[in-house]
Design a protein around this ligand. Structure first.
Ligand code: PLP
Length: 400
């Protein structure tokens, strides 16, 4: 019996990909093994983050890095680092920022639900620019001069949400921020693959970059990476680690936390609620190495086969399928199922709801229901689940 069945729950067919709401990405066996092995012994967590820093630095080209409890946690910690640096009194005060700058300039079009993680550390967001193509009012988007114009004595940094066609380009934003002596914090949570982005974003000059560990990297769902400048990553580590020790006895890894710059130890910081376990750290590092080595690319052929089976099964049903195979050799193929809503007499919303409520429940990608399209992401599929998915699709699309 499945562990979830023993708890009275029915496991679902997740064809939405690595979404957090449905449990994230499947961890490869080597990652689960690493998690279990890490549970057998103890090590000081600051030393373990010191090792993580070296591995993350090697794979990203950053000066330093830590494992966090997710990209959102990395954003909170990165913000806290920019606000407090190595100032113990500021660390103690966060998320209050009385007497020091706390504004982060951000392109308005990049505002999103995850920037709550930045505000949670105490930052105030200052929005600039317009996305006139979306507003239907023009052709221009946010421009770098608008970021520069918003910088003032209360500015602490710049927040940037990475996207392949993001505007302004990151390099231009970095140039403006650095000209004013300000750091840039980049949310790159979902920007992997391509794995080249592990290095490319840091190489653009970003001071801190947040990646999700529970998406394409396939580490533990509640894991992430914060990497960037040593001083900032060290401050983030200080504000997350449990530091209930005596300053005289404490021996943090020098390459991550420069003890000589501290007059004492901070109390539990704003990141204490974002702590990561030794098992999460070791498992994430294992997954990161797999991801960075290209080990996941080989699974694309199997994924494509699963999707082709699903596409082939739709013959005669009021739907057509289109297989999308990204040309980067890394991203997962996707299947878009376009419903003939008139012939069905039901909308894609109805079909999505019916798929969720049957047995086993099927959760499809639901970002394009208004276009009458169900998206099938193959990340969690195997032969058995593909068979179950085909049966559920047939049953729902055949019924009237
Ligand atoms: C997924 C995502 C996050 C959050 O990542 P977690 O690792 O789940 O905390 C933040 N920002 C963006 C843009 C994302 O897509």
């Amino acid at each position: 019996m499945s562990i979830y069945e023993s708890l009275g729950l029915t496991p679902i067919i997740n064809v939405s990909g690595s979404v957090t709401r449905l449990g994230g990405a499947p961890m490869p066996a080597a990652v689960v093994d690493a998690f279990r092995a890490a549970a057998d012994e103890c090590v000081p967590l600051d030393q373990l983050q010191g090792v993580a820093s070296r591995i993350i630095a090697e794979l990203t080209g950053a000066e330093a890095g830590i494992v966090t409890s997710g990209a959102a946690a990395a954003l909170t910690l990165g913000t806290a680092a920019i606000l407090a640096r190595f100032d113990l009194a500021r660390m103690e005060q966060l998320p209050q920022c009385v007497g020091f700058p706390c504004e982060f300039v951000v392109p308005r079009e990049q505002r999103n639900g995850y920037d709550h993680a930045v505000r949670a550390a105490g930052a105030k967001l200052v929005e600039v620019g317009f996305h006139e193509p979306v507003a239907g009012s023009g052709v221009r988007r946010c421009e770098a001069w608008e970021i520069a114009a918003a910088i003032g004595p209360q500015t602490a940094g710049v927040l940037y949400v990475q996207d392949a066609d993001g505007r302004p380009p990151l390099a231009e934003v970095v140039a403006e921020a650095h000209a004013h002596g300000l750091p840039v914090l980049v949310d790159a949570a979902g920007e992997l693959p391509p794995r080249e982005n592990l290095k490319r974003i840091i190489a653009s000059g970003a001071d801190l970059v947040a990646f999700s560990g529970g998406k394409a990297i396939r580490g533990p769902q509640a894991s992430g990476i914060l990497c960037g400048r040593r001083e900032l990553v060290g401050s983030a580590a200080l504000q997350m680690l449990d530091l209930d020790d005596h300053f005289e006895l404490w021996d943090p890894p020098q390459h991550l936390i420069d003890k000589s710059r501290l007059r004492g130890m901070p109390r539990h910081g704003i990141g204490r609620a974002l702590k990561v376990s030794k098992e999460q750290i070791v498992a994430l590092l294992t997954a990161l190495r797999l991801f960075a080595s290209g080990a996941y690319d080989r699974q694309r052929a199997d994924m494509q086969q699963d999707l082709e089976r699903v596409a082939g099964s739709l013959a005669g049903l009021p739907a057509t399928a289109e297989l999308l195979v990204p040309g980067d050799g890394q991203s997962a193929p996707l299947l878009e199922i376009k419903l003939d809503q008139a012939r069905l007499g039901r909308t894609a919303w109805d079909v999505c709801r019916q798929l969720r409520s049957g047995s086993p429940p099927v959760f499809v990608g639901h970002g394009q229901l208004d276009r009458g399209v169900l998206v099938i992401h193959p990340l969690h599929l195997n032969e058995e689940r593909t068979t179950a998915l085909i049966q559920r699709l047939a049953a729902v699309l055949r019924s009237s």
